[in-house]
Write a protein that binds this ligand. Structure first.
Ligand code: NAD
Length: 684
């Protein structure tokens, strides 16, 4: 029974009860209708609506969004509720449709910790049950516009300040019972309130255009808030039509896909029991090691950080201190707590006095010999059960730890920078990694509130392997006629947070250079070698922002196109006998994104990723691929696999060294299947 009700003393207490968080599916809507009918029949003086468990109602059931809407529809249910003397006793989370139910009540009382909001735009839709019409009538147009277009969630005290709720009470149901009749009587339903005073939404529009560039739903939400000046039935009809149209849009499908993929990744059950970690060793206290140590310390794990010598240890301490200082600046820690926590991390130089940690995570230089020596030392110094993890970006995890005792306890934990902030964690299963080791890593990821994605061993795993291919492809575009700032502008237009050349200037061109040297691409047969990036480092010494010059000039207020770089590129094309041509933005995007997708197909074929959705999560969370396009593999389905196949076939005919039709793509097209079919049905 998704809704319970009890009529006593002229009061009907309706409890939404659809565990775990009272999502508003068909059964709940039907149950609500039945409860309202009973309340009407009994002629009660008051209805109190609340939720069972920790939530009031966490929103619509997004699983229903892929099928035609089934009656009773929430807008109709709420039109009925609005005519009755109802009080929302918001005991906990009230999001989306949950808050819309509350907005259709005359009075709203929330528990102090209740979380509220209309986050529909984050799923590519707009509130579909009156939110865009009732909220402006309750709190005014401009405030409603901000909340709805941003999809921001907020706690009860802020809701009270904004006027979204009328009161806060530790026990909202009790408070609703005690609310004097006279108070309730002077609170009008939104339908009976005057239309809101028109307010210009230009700032909200500009903000939404910047924050959610390329996305349709926030702008439509603002149109609807503006329509709140119309008579309510007309505004509601517009809202419903917009909601239904958006629900079926590519953007909403993409955002739903990501939402479910994230939920599945966070909730994945390991195949074996995990070891609970209380003590950890981190090797290397640079950018990554310090961030990892800080994150582990933050969840109560005792951390010992190993550095090479006294000076390196001092640098590591300073790196840690910076993170604690930042936490204090942001108000996340008091200065006292920060000092105590920083002192709790031991920084040592050597392996003699290591505690019997359950895990060691190596984040030293990206160098095979360095890493192998570290793993040998860890193997000797720690219990033979300690899980040994490397944070390598590209190197072969199996080779790093060759020769250690019990290789079943080895794996890769590829954190992203900054390690204490970024949610993504690639968990690399090495050839001997046991289920227990893997489960221990997953459990740690959950405790760290990370988004774990399983990957197999290959150069760069899922994310950096795709990044390498993407960059090779954009370098080819430079060779053929494009310039870095044209490539960046085109890909930012597609929705990437930053173009590939702006990103390289930020992280430093030397990192990718060292990686190319390791692979010695120049000497590899069957690879189209593009010399531009190497010449940037070797000849021009342009390493990015840190040297004031990279793909862009960084001397001025903002990065500027560089004549020197343009000349180097033009000269490289001439030297290779290429006649440069103007490459339109559309073609730049098509080639660069198709390269990502093609690499994704190979990654799936080789079993490096278990499912297309995992590749999507890695690219969205680690490389700022636009969430609203669903990640590269979802985007491939949106483009249509047959079309993609003919596109890559064409590329391969022109440039067989750089392009090959992925066999998995050919097979799926032949079978009439989509990548979505390879994502296990995980919409639990
Ligand atoms: P970094 O140069 O900032 O730090 C490396 C640290 O390791 C230094 O403090 C150094 O003193 C220490 N170190 C070197 N050799 C050591 C040894 N034998 N024993 C103990 N400590 C030693 O490098 P980083 O950016 O933190 O990268 C570390 C690792 O993480 C690399 O493998 C890198 O590929 C990987 N990684 C980096 C990023 C990133 O964005 N920076 C992201 C993911 C993974």
């Amino acid at each position: 029974m998704a809704v319970r009700y009890l009529i006593e003393d002229q009061v009907c207490l309706i409890t939404l009860d659809n565990p775990p968080v009272n999502v508003i599916g068909q059964a709940l809507r039907a149950g609500l209708v039945a409860a309202l009918e009973a309340a009407e029949a009994a002629g009660v003086q008051r209805i109190i609506l609340t939720g069972a468990g920790a939530a009031f109602a966490a929103g619509a059931d997004a699983r229903e969004f892929d099928t035609p809407p089934v009656p009773p529809h929430l807008p109709d249910v709420l039109a009925r509720l609005e005519r009755l003397p109802a009080i929302a006793a918001i005991n906990g989370t009230a999001l989306g449709g949950g808050l819309e139910i509350a907005l259709a009540c005359r009075y709203r009382i929330a528990a102090p910790k209740a979380l509220l909001g209309l986050p529909e735009v984050t799923l590519g839709v707009v509130p579909g049950a009156g939110g865009t019409q009732r909220l402006p009538r309750i709190i005014g147009m401009a405030k409603a516009a901000d909340l709805i277009a941003e999809g921001r969630t907020f706690l009860a005290p802020e809701a009270l300040d904004l006027g979204v709720i009328d009161a806060i009470a530790a026990d909202p149901v009790q408070a609703a019972r005690r609310l004097p009749d006279a108070v309730l009587a002077c609170h009008l339903a939104a339908a009976d309130r005057p239309t809101p005073a028109p307010e210009p939404l230009t700032t909200a529009r500009a903000r939404a255009a910047k924050r959610t560039a390329g996305q349709v739903a926030p702008q439509v939400a603002l149109d609807l808030v503006e329509a709140a000046t119309l008579p309510l039935p007309e505004g509601l009809a517009r809202e419903r039509a917009a909601f239904l149209a958006l629900r079926d849009s590519d953007q909403a499908r993409a955002l739903r896909h990501v939402f479910f993929a994230e939920r599945a990744a966070m909730g994945r059950k390991p195949a074996a029991p995990a070891t609970e970690i209380t003590q950890a060793v981190v090797v290397g206290g640079g950018t990554m090691g310090a961030g990892i140590a800080y994150a582990l310390d933050g969840i109560g794990i005792a951390v010992t950080l190993v550095e090479t010598g006294a000076e390196a240890a001092i640098r590591a301490r300073a790196n840690l201190q910076n993170l604690f200082d930042e936490a204090v600046r942001r108000g996340k820690l008091t200065p006292e707590a920060a000092t105590a926590r920083a002192a709790g991390i031991a920084v040592v130089t050597g392996y003699d006095a290591l505690p019997p940690a359950q895990i060691a995570i190596e984040a030293a230089f990206e160098d095979m010999a360095v890493k192998r020596a570290i793993f040998a030392a860890l193997d000797a110094a720690l219990p033979e059960t300690t899980v040994l993890a490397t944070n390598t970006s590209y190197l072969d995890v199996n080779r790093i730890a060759e020769g250690i005792r019990h290789p079943d306890r080895l794996l890769g934990l590829h954190f992203f920078s900054p390690a204490h902030v970024m949610k993504l964690l690639e968990v690399i299963r090495a050839s001997a990694t046991s289920d227990t080791t893997f489960a221990t890593a997953l459990r740690l990821a959950q405790r760290l509130k990370k988004l774990p994605v399983e990957a197999g061993v290959c150069d760069g795993f899922i994310g950096n392997r795709i990044l390498t291919r993407y960059r090779q492809t954009t370098d080819i575009l430079l060779m053929d006629g494009a310039l870095p700032w044209e490539v960046d502008a085109a890909l930012e237009g597609f929705g990437m947070a930053m173009g590939p050349y702006a990103v390289q200037d930020l992280s430093g061109l030397d990192i990718a250079y060292a990686n190319r040297q390791r692979k010695n691409l120049k000497a590899q047969p069957g690879v189209r070698y593009i010399p531009i990036a190497d010449r940037m480092v070797e000849e021009l010494k342009r390493l990015g922002r840190k040297t004031g010059a990279g793909w862009y000039d960084h001397g001025g207020a903002s990065p500027a196109p560089s004549a020197e770089v343009a000349a180097l590129i033009a000269e490289s094309s001439v030297a290779a006998g290429i006649r440069r041509r103007a490459i339109p933005a559309g073609e730049i995007v098509e080639r660069a994104i198709t390269a990502m997708i093609a690499e994704g197909f190979d990654i799936l074929e080789e079993g490096i990723a278990r499912r297309p959705a995992d590749i999507d999560l890695v690219l969205i969370h680690g490389y700022a691929f636009p969430r609203w396009r669903g990640g590269p593999m979802h985007h491939a389905d949106t483009l249509g696999l047959p079309q993609l196949l003919s596109r890559i076939t064409g590329y391969a005919a022109q440039d067989p060294l750089s392009w090959r039709v992925p066999p998995l793509l050919s097979r799926l097209v032949a079978e009439g299947r989509r990548l979505a079919d390879l994502n296990l049905s995980e919409r639990a």
